[in-house]
Design a protein around this ligand. Structure first.
Ligand code: AHG
Ligand code: MN
Ligand code: MN
Length: 336
């Protein structure tokens, strides 16, 4: 495992040798013979997020703020950066040579990569999460769920409708006070911070586990009035017990809760019977990360990753974070 930090003298102080994302993958994955080709997919995500981070930092200067004036097929206003980031990640994932298909929040139909690569991975992505925060300098991010196509499968649209419990990996990036890429495979969650000097992602959060202690709850309290009674009771219990932290970017709220402990709740309500967040590229990937870190992800009635998807952009309620607190919250929502 990655505990062998090599120390060497550097100008009299000890500067621990940092492990890069490439070194982590080379040592942790290749030795175990895991997931051939997945390293190329992860490095593509890292390369794409490095480019996205620059666009995020420079958006206001390059007139890339604000909306395109268009509404997407989901009925949402498309921000300039939504389109830019979607294009970047589709490009780098295609070029990785190991992606067979891509599902993207900004693209109505699946992108089937020509040539249908042999050991192809299927990537579901939210290229820019937290779009409402782009223009106000608040943390935003990118989210990726990764499945592996079935041996010999000719990938088509239906190939993307796989339950989250079949993911082989998930990753997200937070563009905040620092740019952090969190990568999860079975029972492994590692965080890497972008070193802007070298341009490489450096291991800074080895072996992430959600803390037992839960100080925070994250929910849009403005929706309280449209929740059903049992869900109102569940939110009231959270409010009475924990401090509220709500950024309005799922990936930023989740990242804080993953590192510090906490629960995120975007339940169904009278105006959003199916919930607001998307199953395939928000709930499933972050549910995968949460579970590998010892947490849980539920709709309020069932495990997120057990849902068999019916369509690419379907929505779901999401209760996500500390396992005990998620389970207690679900029990109240169920009227338990
Ligand atoms: P996206 O920008 O990809 O559409 O996602 C926005 C989501 C999620 O990031 C956040 O938790 C949620 O929208 C906030 O919704 P409200 O503004 O309704 O609270
Ligand atoms: Mn999103
Ligand atoms: Mn988005």
């Amino acid at each position: 495992m990655f505990t062998d930090l090599i120390l060497f003298r550097y100008g009299g102080a000890f500067q621990p040798r940092c492990t890069s994302l490439q070194e982590y993958i080379a040592s942790e994955w290749r030795e175990n013979g895991q997931h051939d080709g997945l390293d190329a997919v992860i490095m593509a995500i890292a390369n794409g997020s490095r480019r996205v981070q620059q666009h995020v930092q420079q958006a206001a200067l390059g007139d890339a703020y604000g909306s395109t004036g268009q509404t997407n097929f989901q009925g949402e206003i498309v921000q300039h950066l939504d389109k830019v980031t979607s294009d970047i990640f589709v490009e780098v994932l295609r070029q990785s040579g190991h992606v067979a298909a891509i599902g993207c929040e900004e693209i109505e139909r699946p992108v089937i990569v020509e040539g249908d690569v042999a050991d192809g991975y299927i990537v579901m992505m939210d290229p820019l999460d937290g779009s409402s925060n782009i223009d106000v300098g608040v943390s935003i991010g990118s989210i990726f769920g990764i499945w592996q196509k079935k041996p010999g499968e000719t990938v088509n649209d239906d190939s993307l409708l796989r339950p989250g419990n079949q993911q082989v990996a998930a990753a997200y990036v937070v563009y905040g006070s620092s740019t952090v890429l969190v990568l999860a495979t079975r029972n492994n969650v590692y965080g890497f911070t972008l070193d802007s000097a070298s341009g490489s992602f450096v291991l800074t959060h080895p072996n992430i586990k959600i803390p037992e202690n839960c100080p925070y709850y994250s929910t849009n309290e403005g929706n309280y009035k449209v929740l059903d009674r049992p869900t109102q009771e569940a939110i009231t219990l959270l409010r009475n017990k924990y401090s509220q932290r709500y950024v309005g970017s799922l990936v930023a709220d989740f990242h804080r809760n993953l590192l510090k402990g906490g629960i995120f709740a975007y339940p169904a309500d009278q105006t959003r019977k199916d919930g607001r967040l998307r199953l395939m590229y928000e709930a499933n990937p972050l549910g995968f990360v949460a579970e590998q870190a010892g947490g849980a992800a539920s709709t309020g009635h069932e495990r997120i990753m057990d849902i068999v998807p019916q369509q690419l952009h379907q929505r779901t309620p999401l209760i996500l974070g500390n396992k005990d607190v998620v389970e207690a919250t679900v029990s109240v929502i169920k009227g338990g």
